[in-house]
Ligand binder design. Structure first.
Ligand SMILES: Nc1ncnc2c1ncn2[C@@H]1O[C@H](COP(=O)(O)OP(=O)(O)OP(=O)(O)O)[C@@H](O)[C@H]1O
Length: 247
């Protein structure tokens, strides 16, 4: 077998469309995620970022081509996509509130040798709270559990949806540090609205507007351009979050 080409994208999306309840929420979206670093998926509220992630994962009705590590995955059910090494950290965390931290992590374990030591090292606070019910954790702690669930398996790509949403600034920084650690070992497609976090983490950006891609490029190309930031994201650089955001 040939060795994989490290310069090839880990994920290629071509002409992806997604529908929810018969309504088109993702329209003919095309972009690539390199096999290294963080690619940020950006855009104003409601442009279709979450729906794009869900279309890739087959969580909503979709059409178009999605190629992961050289294999078409656009006809596969979600569990088969995840089994191929696509980790998902959903918006709003979706931890099992009545289960303990340890039980939440155990449920996520897919590999023969789950990376429990790595999780303990990356998230010492969560490790110390492994007997606590996840529903009683703070928002930031729940986000760490959600991230830990994706990192406990050896994934080849992480899809991370708005990990800092609704968190206090200090906790946003902690989550950003954890994401940066994670990004050292696995490429990431990150939906994020906080400009400070985007600046700290993103290597490349893909910007959506009205369900379509309107800009792709190096993160600095967007972040050094006040006009583009305002036009595409509806924020001034000094702001942490776009218009209409709850943060
Ligand atoms: N379950 C649903 N039923 C009907 N419409 C939906 C549903 N989920 C999303 N939509 C619509 O699809 C469009 C795209 O939503 P999506 O959540 O993908 O946007 P987003 O860019 O992730 O937004 P945000 O930044 O606010 O999280 C929006 O117009 C939204 O109202």
């Amino acid at each position: 077998m040939n060795a994989p080409d490290p310069s090839a994208p880990i994920l290629t999306v071509r002409g992806l469309s997604g529908r929810i309840a018969g309504q088109q929420v993702v329209e003919d979206v095309s972009f690539e995620v390199p096999a290294i670093g963080v690619t940020a998926l950006l855009g104003r509220n409601g442009v279709g970022k979450t729906s794009t992630i869900k279309s890739i994962l087959g969580l909503i009705d979709r059409s178009g081509e999605v190629t992961f590590a050289g294999t078409r995955i656009d006809r596969l059910p979600t569990h088969r996509i995840v089994q191929q090494g696509v980790g998902y950290v959903p918006e709003d965390r979706e931890v099992f509130g009545t289960l303990t931290v340890a039980e939440n992590l155990r449920l996520a374990e897919r590999d023969d040798r789950p990376r429990r030591e790595l999780i303990a090292a990356l998230f010492p606070d969560i490790h110390d709270r492994r007997a606590q019910r996840a529903g009683t954790l703070s928002g930031g702690q729940q986000q760490m559990v959600s991230l830990a669930r994706a990192l406990v398996n050896e994934n080849r790509l992480l899809l991370v949806d708005e990990p800092t949403k609704g968190l206090a600034p200090k906790i946003v920084d902690e989550v950003a540090v954890a994401l940066a650690e994670a990004a050292r070992t696995v490429p990431m497609l990150l939906v994020e609205q906080n400009l400070h976090v985007i600046r700290a983490l993103a290597d490349r950006v893909v910007v959506l507007s009205g369900g379509r891609v309107v800009f792709t490029g190096e993160a600095a190309e967007l972040l050094d351009d006040e006009d583009r930031i305002q036009r595409y994201l509806g924020v001034h650089d000094a702001d942490a979050a776009p218009e209409g955001s709850t943060r």
